[in-house]
Design a protein around this ligand. Structure first.
Ligand code: NAD
Ligand code: UGA
Length: 379
């Protein structure tokens, strides 16, 4: 069933590109998409069902156009963000602008016109778990670490730890969205993604971008370039990883069932796929050894690096992100299905195809050869 007229802010990013793949399969959807870039959605740009504007949503031009588009929309989806942890403590003002101030006019438009806003927030708004502040024996008490949408307190570190600029901005947006709902009658859905893994996340440094992308792309680039995987603070932090395909099923369930999804906050993650980052690094090299049929990857070097050296001052990690997904199961009828191994196999195969096989076919230098270099050299 088509959804209708859909405004999507940040439609050219990782999640946006997968969402367009789903929405443009369905005849009858008309999409008004905005982003600063189009590389990941190039395959959709000729589609007459997509009206794409490559522009900053904070510009005067965008605000004027968006007024009209929001008026005709059945739903407005916000994905626009700076959501790379390497930038939270190094470019906090940009992070606050992109994740909070640039969005405020659009929130106001949705509220004034009582349009359904689906806002992509983050599990980072939970901050750190209660158990992380208590003695070790509290570690295994689910009451102290399972993240429940409408119950769990939101615990962030001190202001000097600028890692929390992103989470703080996202929390204020959630509070604004909820206030617009309560005081102005704006329908909303908040989605809190927990580490969606799939093709097209970020960029691979030295291949199609520069800097430090999120962990999937960081480890993928290191494997392809035969550089050591860099493990921050020993890789003690835990993440639950959900396949982008499962995650998109959840988003479609939200869109197709407004009577069940409106005015709710949903975690979208896979509690069965919890790993430490060290376990993730080890599993990724094993899976890559299978994909490349190259056993040397089984011993691919993993180097420890301190958070201060890797991210700079002001970084502090989220210790554990274990979502309760009971609400999504009960209200949306959604359950994630893909195991961590399957998710990594599918995702890493896609990266290998793009950055090694296709790059080689086009003559681009995809893979560095020779011995692995030290972590200092790799940075
Ligand atoms: P992404 O960085 O790939 O996509 C965000 C897009 O927003 C980018 O393409 C960027 O160019 C665009 N953008 C940023 N500021 C803009 C502006 N002012 N005007 C126009 N476009 C702008 O990120 P993603 O992984 O696709 O994440 C999408 C949303 O989901 C974000 O809100 C993010 O915080 C949230 N999220 C994602 C994950 C995940 O696992 N990927 C996890 C938690 C939260
Ligand atoms: C990220 C971002 O904040 C958001 O995109 C999003 O809100 C959130 O994921 C999410 O998906 O829910 P985080 O998981 O901390 O947060 O970011 P990653 O860069 O993917 O890092 C995950 C873990 O790997 C962290 O412990 C980090 O220190 C570690 N890491 C990262 C490494 O050990 N080595 C690396 O090369 C990169």
């Amino acid at each position: 069933m088509p959804i209708g007229n859909i405004v999507i802010l940040g439609c050219g990013g990782y999640i946006g590109s997968h969402l367009l793949d789903r929405l443009l399969r369905e005849p009858g959807n008309k999409i008004f998409g905005w982003d600063l870039e189009h590389r990941k959605i190039e395959h959709h740009l000729g589609n007459p069902a997509l009206n794409f504007e490559e522009s900053n949503i904070g510009s005067t031009y965008a605000r004027q156009r968006l007024e009209e588009q929001v008026a005709s929309a059945d739903v407005v989806i916000n994905l626009a963000a700076i959501c790379n942890p390497a930038e939270y403590n190094t470019e906090p003002l940009r992070v606050l602008d992109a994740n909070l101030f640039d969005l405020q006019p659009v929130l106001r438009m949705c509220a004034e016109q009582r349009k359904w806003l689906i806002h992509f927030s983050t599990s980072e708004i939970y901050g750190r778990t209660i158990s992380s502040y208590l003695p070790d024996e509290s570690f295994d008490d689910p009451d102290l670490y399972v993240l429940k949408e409408d119950e769990t307190p939101l615990i962030m570190g001190p202001i000097r730890n600028q890692r929390w600029t992103y989470a703080a901005a996202k929390q204020v947006v959630e509070r604004l969205v909820y206030a617009y709902h309560r005081e102005r009658g704006m329908p909303f859905t908040v989605i809190r993604p927990l580490n969606f893994f799939g093709p097209r996340m970020d960029y691979l440094p030295g291949h199609d971008g520069d800097g430090v992308p999120r962990v999937l792309a960081s480890f993928m680039a290191a494997l392809i370039d035969r550089k050591p995987l860099q493990l921050v603070d020993g890789g003690w932090a835990r993440r639950t990883i959900v396949s982008i395909d499962d995650a998109m099923d959840a988003v479609m369930a939200v869109l197709q069932q407004p009577e069940r999804s409106q005015n709710q906050f949903f975690n979208v993650g896979n509690p069965d796929n919890e790993v430490t980052v060290r376990e993730l690094a080890e599993l990724m090299r094993t899976v890559y050894a299978e994909i490349t049929d190259d056993k040397t990857y089984l011993e691919h070097p993993i180097h420890d690096v301190s958070a201060a050296d890797f991210y700079g001052a002001g970084y502090e990690d989220c210790d554990r992100r274990m979502p309760s997904i009971e609400k999504a199961k009960a209200l949306l009828g959604w359950t994630p299905r893909k195991s961590l191994r399957t998710t990594l196999q599918e995702t890493m195969r896609a990266y290998h195809e793009t950055y090694v096989v296709q790059a080689a076919a086009s003559g681009a230098p995809a893979e560095a050869t020779g011995p692995a270099v030290s972590s200092e050299e790799a940075r």
